[in-house]
Design a protein around this ligand. Structure first.
Ligand code: SF4
Length: 305
């Protein structure tokens, strides 16, 4: 599908758009969860991020957490129905002194039955991608965040192309790729279509969709009105239509949608939910998500629930 066709679809009647997207959706909902394993003090200036050292945000920085903390969070996530669990660290690239420890954490995660390891540790070089694959990492997460044409408005300390190159390395070394976006950062409708088409070229296994949660004292602190519920649903639908083989996943900022809109999305285009807490924000009680999935007649794709 080309840019004009997707744009026309974006602007069509909402019910019809969601119905078209629903042609590609599976009957199951996949849960995943994360641990914020190292927080803050990042050298980059991503304008949405609470962890950037460029902005005076109210967060507690902490170094890499220990193995027991990661394992406990992983077992809790599994108990709540997650089948992927991700170690997430702040920073542009994996910190050299932490990288070997992160490989050990991945090996520990891989010992947990019916739970797939995932990591989100920044921009990779070839050596790091190779080492992660060798440690048995199942999936790597790295977002494009926004459209290439809008990237300079979001961050100036690294390039969009570096993100694309990391995605390419993840695939080259045989790991699954989780690669998505943050909506509501001031991008245009055309740029939402551009993101959908960029992702279609990358072909991620999973597309996490975040909706900006403006953070006080960041440049985007007042960006509450950059996208509304209807446009979030429209964007989710075109992301799914352009990427029929990728699992679209609700991540941070989902609660900016009403429960009714979340259900509409889960019935038409979204097939995954990141449960529990987000990086720097508290999430919803996982049981409420399990109940919501059951309530719409869908199943959580896991072995526990
Ligand atoms: S690179 Fe990651 S941690 Fe650093 S400012 Fe950007 S989003 Fe935040």
């Amino acid at each position: 599908m080309d840019k004009n066709e997707l744009l026309n679809l974006y602007n069509t009647n909402l019910d019809e758009l969601l119905k078209t997207a629903s042609n590609y959706i599976s009957p199951n909902i996949e849960f995943c969860s994360i641990i914020n394993a190292r927080n803050g003090k990042c050298s980059q200036n991503c304008k949405y991020c609470a962890q950037s050292s460029h902005y005076n945000t109210d967060i507690n920085s902490f170094p890499l957490v220990d193995c027991e903390t990661v394992k406990k969070a992983a077992y809790d996530a599994k108990q709540n129905g997650a089948n992927y669990f991700s170690i997430v660290t702040s920073g542009k690239t994996p910190d050299e002194s932490d990288f070997e420890k992160i490989l050990d954490l991945i090996r520990e995660l891989n010992k947990i039955e019916n739970l797939n390891s995932c990591a989100s540790i920044g921009i990779l070089n070839e050596y790091q991608a190779q080492k992660l694959a060798k440690a048995g990492l199942k999936r790597f997460h790295h977002n494009i965040n926004t459209a290439a044409s809008y990237y300079p408005e979001v961050c100036s300390t690294h390039k969009f192309q570096e993100r694309i190159e990391t995605c390419r390395l993840v695939k080259k070394y045989g790991m699954e790729l989780c690669c998505g976006v943050i909506l509501g950062m001031g991008e245009s409708v055309e740029q939402r279509v551009e993101m959908a088409l960029t992702l279609a070229e990358i072909q991620p296994d999973s597309i996490p969709v975040n909706i900006l949660m403006p953070v006080e004292n960041t440049p985007f602190e007042n960006y509450y009105d950059k996208i509304d519920e209807e446009n979030i649903l429209r964007t989710l639908a075109i992301l799914k239509i352009a990427n029929p083989n990728s699992v679209l996943r609700f991540c941070g900022g989902r609660m900016r949608l009403s429960i009714e809109s979340q259900k509409l999305a889960l019935n038409s285009c979204v097939e995954g939910i990141m449960i529990g807490n987000y990086l720097t924000k508290t999430g919803r009680n996982p049981q409420e998500d399990i109940d919501m999935v059951k309530n719409i007649g869908k199943k959580v794709l896991c072995t526990i629930i």
